[in-house]
Design a protein. Structure first.
Length: 345
């Protein structure tokens, strides 16, 4: 009988539950769970026949643990990655790599580039079937020269206000997925050279008072002249709006919103009305989390580099920082390298 990979799951909140389901579906085994909220850790551990660790270090150091999954708040990611790296255990960390660019840089500096390539960064949307098909079509040249790339991500409801101060902000927390998707679709030969951001708090003014925005758009230009547009909103009245459109010289490819069913209603009041789109990320991206976990476990067993790693996390954090700086300064930000000092640009 094949021995299942033992996992230490750090976190017991919403994202930890998503990763727990993915671990089980992908053929891993949750050995132990740690969360500062003991009751939450105990509940998730009981559901998975796992133990509860008193500390993150105890979870990472458990003798039956071969790998670590980090699903805690963004501001804890770096220290937990460092602890897992020190223990020489492979790690999958939920996005973002860190809550700030400086912290992302510190992480890479301390563990080194080679170790960073063995940290699987949880950009699960790369493994969504529709989104991956867009990327493959663009990189194959199916639509000729890529001229315009548009990524739309809208949540059904804003997060709790208590989450905002710890999130790092919309660009670093929510749009970080779109920055990574854009980089993946553009490919290494067509890097982004400038970022222009706009944002407002029109959904909940309290989000603005906490120093963040809830509605944002970012325009980026690449070295080859491709224009990339990202649209984010913390509220969408009709569900979880997730679309990608790539337009090129010889055609266009789209990853559209999947529907709750293939049902379509025809009547005088609603001619050809389709079923609603999916409600939130658990329904929309569930299979991509499982595929992400499957690839993580496969890389552990083969010893190969992770397909999306901490270096990608640093690159996405760089774009998020550029967008944040652009919004504050009200101007386009040219990009030079991930170590650029935005305060002196």
């Amino acid at each position: 009988m094949k021995q299942l990979t033992g996992i230490a799951l750090l976190g017991a909140g919403r994202m930890a539950k998503v990763h727990a389901a993915a671990i089980n579906a992908a053929g891993g085994r949750i050995v132990t769970v740690f969360d500062p909220v003991t009751a939450a850790a105990e509940s998730l551990a009981a559901q998975n026949n796992a133990s509860v660790a008193a500390t993150a270090e105890a979870a990472i150091g458990h003798p039956d643990v071969q790998a670590v999954v980090i699903a805690t708040s963004s501001d804890t990611h770096v220290e937990l990655i460092l602890a897992a790296s020190k223990a020489a255990k492979p790690v999958l960390c939920e996005k973002p790599l860190a809550s700030s660019l400086d912290e992302a840089r510190r992480c890479i500096s301390l563990i080194g580039d080679e170790a960073a390539k063995r940290v699987f960064l949880g950009f699960n949307r790369r493994f969504d079937r529709g989104h991956a098909s867009v990327r493959e079509a663009v990189l194959r040249g199916d639509i000729g020269r890529l001229e315009q790339l548009t990524l739309t991500s809208r949540d059904p409801l804003p997060p709790p206000l208590a989450y905002i101060p710890r999130s790092g902000g919309l660009f670093r927390d929510m749009m970080i997925h779109d920055f990574d998707m854009a980089r993946g679709i553009l490919g290494q030969d067509n890097p982004i050279v400038s970022v222009t951001a706009h944002g407002s708090s029109v959904i909940d003014p309290e989000i603005g008072r906490l120093g963040d925005v809830d509605t944002a758009s970012v325009t980026m230009e690449t070295r080859n002249g491709t224009l990339v547009t990202i649209l984010n909103s913390r509220r969408c009245s009709f569900g979880f709006d997730q679309r990608i459109e790539a337009f090129g010289s010889e055609g266009m490819v789209i990853s559209d919103n999947p529907r709750q069913s293939g049902f379509t209603r025809y009547s005088a009041a609603s001619p050809g009305t389709q079923a609603p789109i999916l409600e939130f990320f658990m329904e929309r991206y569930g299979p991509s989390y499982t595929e992400e976990m499957r690839l993580f476990l496969a890389c552990i067993h083969s010893g190969s580099e992770m397909p999306v790693n901490a270096i990608d996390g640093l690159q996405a954090a760089w774009l998020a920082e550029a967008a944040t700086h652009s919004l504050k300064q009200g101007k386009t930000v040219p990009l030079t390298h991930p170590n650029q000092d935005f305060n002196h640009d």
